[in-house]
Design a protein around this ligand. Structure first.
Ligand code: MF3
Ligand code: CO
Ligand code: CO
Length: 256
């Protein structure tokens, strides 16, 4: 997968990608409403599978490189790729990243959000800063995703917000092209790289997905070989949208 390569989707592919992305966004919202303290992450993953099927889609992550669950559920210091478990109970005050993939009609949707389990008005300062900073970083990345700009311009926009909010930027995992396959070129980092990366062109679809930490940027992979956790145990948030590059403004395919 060469660094410079990109995929320009055909109009028919874009029509199908739009649909899959929209289903993933609807599923994300429905799943988020089901998440509550006292339930196990396995229960939530089962609900997620039922929601995705009820929308006519298939959970895109299940079986991907051997991934064993319907969606990724990453709690507190878990960054991404958390696997549902019947013994992991959600608690009031947890923050929960829900990353949802939907396959439909030969296309893929991939979107994530992080929710706070509790009264939003009572959210402690660090968590409120983490969630606001990460979603704002994503929005700034989207604003930079304009035809003729480069991937690094998106990365710079995301990283700038992360710095303003004093959040650590995970480097080992990045955004990506998406559409027909779950992961397509190019990579979309959340930090400024030495190379400017490929130029954004109309017909490209990229997932922008900042993974930001309250502590340092350092992470490790758990013994289950999937779950990514912060090295210092501080909490982490993750928001992700699929964005179609057009001749005009970027089109977010995963808004509801
Ligand atoms: N949803 C992740 C992403 O945003 C990929 C999950 S792959 C899985 O790129 F196998 F962990 F599910
Ligand atoms: Co994702
Ligand atoms: Co993604």
């Amino acid at each position: 997968m060469s660094r410079g390569s990109v995929i320009i989707h055909t109009p028919d592919e874009i029509r199908r990608i739009r649909k899959a992305a929209q289903l993933s966004a609807l599923a994300r919202e429905q799943i988020a409403r089901e998440a509550r303290p006292g339930m196990s992450t396995k229960e939530l993953d089962d609900v997620a599978g039922a929601i995705i099927h009820s929308l006519g889609g298939r959970p895109a992550f299940l079986g991907y490189c051997g991934y064993p669950a319907n969606i990724c559920i990453s709690v507190n210091d878990e960054v991404v790729h958390g696997i549902a478990s019947p013994d992991r109970y959600l608690l009031k005050g947890d923050i929960v990243s829900l990353d949802v993939g939907v396959a439909f009609d030969g296309a893929m949707g991939d979107t994530a959000m992080t929710v706070y389990l509790g009264d939003e008005a009572e959210m402690p300062e660090p968590e409120a800063r983490l969630l606001k900073g990460t979603s704002e970083a994503l929005e700034e990345g989207i604003r930079a995703a304009v035809c003729g700009m480069h991937i690094r311009d998106v990365a710079r926009a995301v990283e700038k917000v992360a710095k303003e909010y004093k959040l650590g930027v995970v480097r080992e995992y990045v955004g990506h092209g998406c559409g027909i396959k779950l992961h397509e070129p190019p990579e979309v980092p959340n930090f400024v790289t030495p190379e400017r990366g490929p130029k954004l062109q109309s017909g490209m679809v990229i997932c922008i997905e900042p993974m930001l930490n309250l502590g340092t940027r350092k992470v490790f992979v758990e013994r289950d070989r999937w779950t990514v956790r912060t090295a210092d145990g501080a909490r982490s948030a993750h928001f992700e949208h699929m964005v179609l590059i057009t001749d005009g403004q970027p089109e977010v395919l995963t808004r509801v």
